[in-house]
Design a protein around this ligand. Structure first.
Ligand SMILES: Cc1cc2nc3c(=O)[nH]c(=O)nc-3n(C[C@H](O)[C@H](O)[C@H](O)COP(=O)(O)OP(=O)(O)OC[C@H]3O[C@@H](n4cnc5c(N)ncnc54)[C@H](O)[C@@H]3O)c2cc1C
Length: 79
């Protein structure tokens, strides 16, 4: 960790001390190699779901999933 921080900050981190370490089990959805990317957000009539687990486990994935769910809902409303 010190080595990576030294690279990130361009500083000598050899005497930096660890303040805390947190382990968060199941903090992210599993996204195994070969997993399907984005799927339809519509799970039943008038029910749409969104979240990182629907696309990729990241803020970007959560935002993408939310946008696609909204677009799918709007498309269904107009058709
Ligand atoms: C420690 C950590 C660091 C991370 N760092 C990064 C990072 O640097 N960059 C990055 O892109 N991503 C990062 N992520 C991932 C990113 O935070 C998530 O992928 C993203 O927040 C998922 O957003 P979401 O809206 O899908 O789900 P969440 O943010 O998990 O939101 C789901 C919400 O639903 C609520 N909820 C759950 N069940 C119910 C229920 N039954 N009824 C009502 N509400 C319910 C929860 O309380 C929660 O508020 C990190 C995640 C963790 C845990």
């Amino acid at each position: 960790m010190r080595r990576h921080l030294a690279l990130l900050w361009g500083a000598d981190s050899s005497d930096w001390s660890l303040i805390a370490k947190y382990e968060i089990p199941k903090s992210l959805p599993i996204f195994a190699p070969g997993a399907q990317g984005v799927t339809s957000a519509k799970i039943s009539n008038n029910i749409y779901v969104a979240g990182d687990y629907r696309s990729t486990p990241s803020q970007n994935g959560a935002l993408l999933s939310g946008r696609l769910a909204a677009e799918e809902l709007l498309f269904d409303e107009r058709s």
